[in-house]
Each structure stands twice: as structure tokens, then as C-alpha cells.
Design a protein around this ligand. Structure first.
Ligand SMILES: NC(=O)c1ccc[n+]([C@@H]2O[C@H](COP(=O)([O-])OP(=O)(O)OC[C@H]3O[C@@H](n4cnc5c(N)ncnc54)[C@H](O)[C@@H]3O)[C@@H](O)[C@H]2O)c1
Length: 307
């Protein structure tokens, strides 16, 4: 299958590109390298250094004629979406629309798309399911959710299939410490450099950490299945920031004590998501325990340090 991956130089996108290529697919990457890294990209992929808002994107589609588009390019910073909501909307909404127009004109059969737990705000009940009420507290949540509507509409109007995957906090190799949910990256990178990481609040806040290779598997399934639906991709497990700190501490054989700082305004206290729906439809479930995922992640940061 010919697949175009936007954001294929980024953390999640580049892992997905590897997964698609390992499964024998022909992969094209579109990325403007505003956050991604050339070294992340699989050598077997064809790469276009282009912004998803650019009109030249049409030329890429005309030349490559992809069957599926896996759309991971985005402005991913919550604080940036609050400081500069116009830029956030320009990339995440207008850029995505430019891409969808290319899909319509050049006959793309399916678009897969990652939304985010940022659309739920402080959960009203746990675990969060796909019907949980939305409560967006930042531009990023709004822009990610808006595209869910466009995908549904493009499917009704033009028959382009779609799969929306609402990831919880993704972690793993190639994440940098500035990404959304980058707490794992921050803990690993800091501790490896013998810097004590900060914890905002008392560390009892919980998150749902899903390993990137499990996310890759969901994206491989979504190439052909999970048509025209919205699915949580998560672990249904709550891990406190203190637990995460201790696990990384033990795996790295350090003996650090966290430095606690004042809680950040607007931070959600508890969030984890059920994956029942995707599991019932195609059997997807997370295969990597936190410990196994963290071991692979730490190995990555160790080898990066020695490059
Ligand atoms: N990391 C998470 O926990 C998480 C959770 C939910 C959803 N997501 C979504 O997954 C996707 C990938 O996130 P990530 O963590 O890998 O982020 P990332 O920043 O590592 O990857 C995004 C990629 O998009 C590229 N990009 C940004 N703006 C672009 C533009 N205008 N044109 C072309 N390329 C552009 C960047 O250069 C980067 O390579 C995003 O859509 C994000 O919203 C991530």
C-alpha cells in the first residue's frame, strides 16, 4: 500500500513510518522539520520537506498518488496554543484542511488521524470513554477536535474513510522533552544527566502512559480496519507521576528524590482512558508494560547520549 505520513520526522510519526515499512508498505513522508528530526526518518521512505499549509502539497499528491494518508503533523504544544492560538489553528486546522483537499482531489481512500486526551478537560468520570463529554481548555484541544468533524464530513461528502485515534500520553524512543506528555522524556533525559527532575504539585496526579510501539500497532490496523470511527488508544491504567519517577529511578539505578514545585494552573488531576471499543472491534490491546516500554525508552536515550 502507498501511504503518505505527515509529521513522519517527529516522535510518533517516525515510529509509525518504521512500522509501515517493516510491514512492506511504500511510505512517503511530508514534514517541515519545525520539530521533527531528519535522523528519525527510515531510509526507505521518500521525504518531502514541505509545510502542510503549502500549495505545493498538491504537487506531492499529484506525483505520489497515495492510497492512505496518516496525518501526524501538528503544532503539539498546549502552552503555544494558548499564547498563539492563530498559529495553532493555522497549522492544525488550515493545514489539515489543505491536506484533506489534496486527499479529495487525488482520490485518497482513507485518512488516519490522532486526536488527543486534551479534548476532555478534567474528566467527569474515569476511565474516559469515547462518549465522554468534551471540555476543551486550550486552543490545541479545539484544533485537534475540529479535524474529527471535518473527517466525518469528508467521509459523508466524498466517501473518504477515516479512523480517529485518541491517544493518551504516548512515550517512547525519539520523544523529546518538549513534546505533549513529555514527562517520561524529561525524567529519563534529566536523570541520565544526573539532574533531579521537577515535579509540579505533590506527584499524586495520574496519567495513562501508552508505549509508542502499541500506538504504531493501532496505526497498522487502522490502514484497513476501524473504518469511520473514533477510538481511544490507551492503557486503562493510571500511573502517578511519583510512581513514574520511582520506576525510572530504579531502572536507571539512581537514588534521586524529586524536587516538588507548585502545581501548575490548569493541570488535570487524574486522567486515564478505556480501550474497550478498539479492543472489541479488532482485538487491539497494549502489549508493552510500563516497565518494558521504559526499558526500551531508556536504551534509546542512553544510545543517543553516546552518539
Ligand atoms: N505525544 C503525545 O502524547 C500525543 C498524544 C495525542 C496526540 N498526539 C498527536 O500525535 C501527532 C504527533 O505528535 P508527536 O508527539 O509525535 O509530535 P512531534 O512534534 O514529534 O511530531 C510532529 C511532526 O509534525 C511536523 N510538523 C509540525 N508542523 C508542521 C507543518 N506545518 N507542516 C509539516 N510538518 C509539520 C514536525 O516537524 C514534527 O516532525 C500530533 O498530531 C499530536 O497532536 C500526540
Amino acid at each position: 500500500m502507498k501511504i503518505l505520513v505527515t509529521g513522519g520526522a517527529g516522535f510518533i510519526g517516525s515510529n509509525i513510518v518504521d512500522g509501515f515499512i517493516e510491514n512492506g508498505h511504500d511510505v512517503i513522508v511530508v514534514d517541515n522539520f519545525s520539530h521533527g528530526n531528519k535522523n528519525n526518518i527510515n531510509k526507505k521512505a521518500r521525504v518531502y520537506n514541505i509545510d502542510i499549509r503549502d500549495k505545493d502539497l498538491y504537487k506531492v499528491f499529484e506525483k505520489e498518488k497515495p492510497e492512505v494518508v496518516c496525518h501526524h503533523a501538528a503544532q503539539i504544544s498546549v502552552p503555544k496554543s494558548i499564547d498563539n492560538p492563530i498559529e495553532d489553528a493555522d497549522i492544525n486546522i488550515i493545514g489539515s484542511l489543505n491536506l484533506l483537499e489534496c486527499c479529495r482531489i487525488y482520490g485518497v481512500k482513507k485518512v488516519t488521524y490522532p486526536a488527543s486526551a486534551a479534548i476532555f478537560g478534567e474528566p467527569q468520570y474515569l476511565p474516559v470513554d469515547e462518549s465522554h463529554p468534551l471540555d476543551m481548555m486550550c486552543g490545541y484541544g479545539i484544533t485537534k477536535h475540529t479535524i474529527e468533524h471535518y473527517l466525518e464530513t469528508y467521509s459523508k461528502l466524498y466517501g473518504i474513510k477515516y479512523t480517529v485515534m485518541r491517544y493518551s500520553n504516548v512515550y517512547g524512543p525519539r520523544q523529546d522533552s518538549t513534546g505533549e506528555g513529555g514527562v517520561v522524556a524529561i525524567f529519563c533525559e534529566n536523570m541520565l544527566e544526573n539532574k533531579v527532575p521537577l515535579i509540579f504539585g505533590d506527584g499524586t496526579q495520574t496519567r495513562d502512559f501508552v508505549f509508542v510501539k502499541d500506538v504504531v500497532n493501532a496505526n497498522i490496523i487502522a490502514l484497513t480496519d476501524l473504518n469511520n470511527g473514533i477510538y481511544n488508544v490507551a492503557t486503562d491504567t493510571k500511573i502517578s507521576v511519583n510512581e513514574l519517577f520511582n520506576t525510572v529511578n530504579i531502572l536507571l539505578d539512581k537514588n534521586m528524590r524529586p524536587i516538588y514545585k507548585e502545581e501548575r494552573k490548569g493541570d488535570i488531576k487524574h486522567s486515564y482512558m478505556t480501550y474497550n471499543k478498539i479492543n472489541k472491534e479488532c482485538g487491539w490491546e497494549p502489549k508493552y508494560s510500563l516497565e518494558e516500554g521504559l526499558k526500551q525508552t531508556i536504551n534509546y536515550y542512553v544510545s543517543k547520549k553516546h552518539e
